[in-house]
Design a protein around this ligand. Structure first.
Ligand SMILES: [Zn+2]
Length: 560
């Protein structure tokens, strides 16, 4: 017995696939769109049906515009496979596939991408993506003379559009309120979300990537008190990764995950809010003068960062990276990529541990010409493979989750692995402080550590990070921040340590970083905003400048 291959029109095939996608790939969308409805009444089901016709109709039109008898199968196959991958991650990690998230995924290192792969994911994609995609080649496609094919296609497209509009009209009030109150559900409509995000990124990349960035603080110059500082400054800013405030020992977490920092003379800032919930958003934002309070992604990306301003004021700036780069904030400045440095004992399986960031610092200092501002970009607690972020000696909370698929671990195992990664970050920071202490004879040294965003560890079914900012839970937005200022640095820059311990209890955010660094490092510019300088209240105003030094500074600043 042989199975006869059915004969379908291109339009029928698209309609079938659209229906399949509505069911297979849109679970998160349906749950989000129907939230608060018990689906007990006819009205709820009517609303769901109207949404299905709208979403299905729009996808049908988009696919119908791009399909011919020869392109339809490859196109639909690609769409089904992409949708299955997207559906798997949206469902498992409750992520929203928007521009920022996709950029995050695309910018991810190959190693991190490999960590996201799991047997379950491969199985899911095989069954719900690849298999249906292969099945597309089973039916035969009806051939029509092209004028007739064109007319039939046009009729189908118009009908689909009309149906979509007709379906949504009776429930328009409900629909409008859904769009107003939960606009983000559109990022759950699959695979439309993936296509829109991809196009948005390609468009955004070409449109908002100017060859030259607009200047920020073009007047930046060393403040007058620099004239009386006899030694160069060495400041290290550590950008943490995925460390959340709640699991930080110094913040009162029930586990002491920061024993080494606690044993040093540091200032802890317990109430710090990040600018974004992903590296792609937070990094450019925290180095910009605009911040979250005045958030505009294109504006941030088209302007210079804090690092360019510091360079203009005479600092030698170096970005040291153990992750996926500086996201544009160090364009044109010195960069050292260390994630694949292959340093003996620090780089198991090719990916280096964060201690590698200190590797080669002696060389940097030996070559330094004056004031140094070094950024160390950690791999920190980057998930889901938390267990690969620390060496064996830091496997202290056990049993720790040692799988790439977090859902295969218990909440306690996930927390153990995550806390171990914080323990290791604590060690790296302490080692850095000790390194800076040992260089106090030649430099005024200081360090500031702040994480880029937090993380969900399964609370409310959420994992990882990247939930749109306004919706994100606090654990994704609240980050640890720690400062260490050597006694000589405090003296040279007029910082009162006891005052700082008190002031650090106030809530601050990534928005404070730009102005706080300019203020602390005594960079004079019109762009400086004292109200966003978290050190300002604890700094002695620079008045007691000896006459000779003041004159030197004055003649230096008036020089052409
Ligand atoms: Zn990050």
């Amino acid at each position: 017995m042989t199975l006869r291959r059915p004969v379908l029109s291109v339009e029928t095939l698209i309609a079938l696939v659209t229906g399949y996608l509505l069911v297979m790939a849109n679970g998160p969308f349906w749950r989000a769109a129907m939230v608060g409805r018990d689906m007990g009444g006819l009205g709820d089901w009517g609303f769901a049906a109207a949404l299905a016709v709208l979403v299905g109709g729009l996808h049908f039109v988009a696919l119908g515009l791009l399909s011919t008898r020869w392109t339809v199968r490859p196109l639909l196959a690609l769409v089904v496979v992409v949708a299955s991958v997207a559906a798997y991650y949206m469902d498992r990690y409750a992520i929203y596939l928007d521009r920022a998230m996709l950029r995050n995924v695309l910018a991810t290192h190959y190693d991190e991408a490999v960590e996201l792969f799991s047997l379950r994911m491969v199985g899911f994609v095989l069954v719900f993506g690849v298999l249906p995609a292969v099945a597309l080649w089973w039916p035969q496609l009806r051939a029509r003379p092209w004028p007739r094919a064109l007319a039939i296609r046009a009729a189908w497209l118009l009908a689909a559009l009309a149906l979509a509009v007709a379906a949504i009209l009776p429930v328009f009030a409900d629909f409008a309120s859904l769009m107003r109150n939960h606009k983000e559900v559109r990022h759950l409509v699959t695979p439309g979300n993936a296509v829109v995000a991809l196009v948005g990124n390609l468009w955004g990349r070409s449109a908002a990537h100017p060859a030259t960035r607009q200047a920020v603080a073009p007047d930046a110059a060393p403040g007058p008190a620099w004239a009386q500082r006899s030694r160069p400054t060495l400041f290290v800013l550590v950008v943490g990764e995925t460390a959340r405030a709640r699991n930080f020992g110094l913040n009162g977490y029930e586990r002491m995950t920061t024993p080494e920092l606690a044993a040093r003379d540091v200032v802890n800032f317990p109430r710090v809010t990040a600018c974004g919930t992903s590296t792609e958003v937070s990094l450019p934002c925290m180095f910009s003068p605009f911040g979250r309070r005045d958030y505009d992604e294109d504006r941030i990306r088209s302007h210079e960062s804090l690092l360019h301003v510091l360079a203009r004021a005479g600092f030698q700036v170096q970005w040291r990276d153990n992750q996926s780069g500086c996201k544009g904030v160090c364009d044109g400045l010195e960069q050292v990529q260390l994630s694949k440095a292959g340093v003996e004992g620090l780089c198991p399986e090719g990916q280096c541990l964060d201690e590698v960031l200190l590797h080669g610092m002696d060389r940097v200092l030996a070559d330094a010409r004056g004031n140094l501002f070094v950024v160390m970009h950690q791999l920190g607690s980057h998930g889901p493979a938390y267990y690969r972020r620390y060496p064996d000696a830091f496997r202290r909370f056990t049993p720790a989750c040692e799988k790439n698929d977090l859902r295969l671990c218990t909440p306690a195992e996930i927390r153990n692995a995550y806390d171990n990664s914080i323990l290791y970050t604590d060690h790296v920071l302490a080692k850095l402080i000790d390194y800076l202490k040992a260089r106090q004879d030649r430099y005024d040294t200081a360090m500031l550590y702040v994480s880029d965003h937090g993380e969900s560890l399964g609370e409310n079914g959420l994992y990882l990070h990247g939930v749109p900012y306004r919706l994100a839970p606090d654990v994704q937005r609240e980050v640890p921040m720690v400062a260490w200022l050597s006694p000589a640095f405090r003296q040279a820059f007029g910082v009162d340590g006891a005052c700082l311990q008190r002031e650090a209890q106030r809530p601050v955010s990534h928005d404070h970083l730009f102005h706080s660094m300019l203020g602390l490092l005594d960079v004079a510019t019109q762009a400086y905003d004292r109200s966003h300088d978290m050190f300002a209240a604890c700094r002695t105003p620079v008045t007691a400048v000896p006459a000779a030094a003041a004159n030197r500074a004055r003649s230096a600043s008036s020089a052409p």
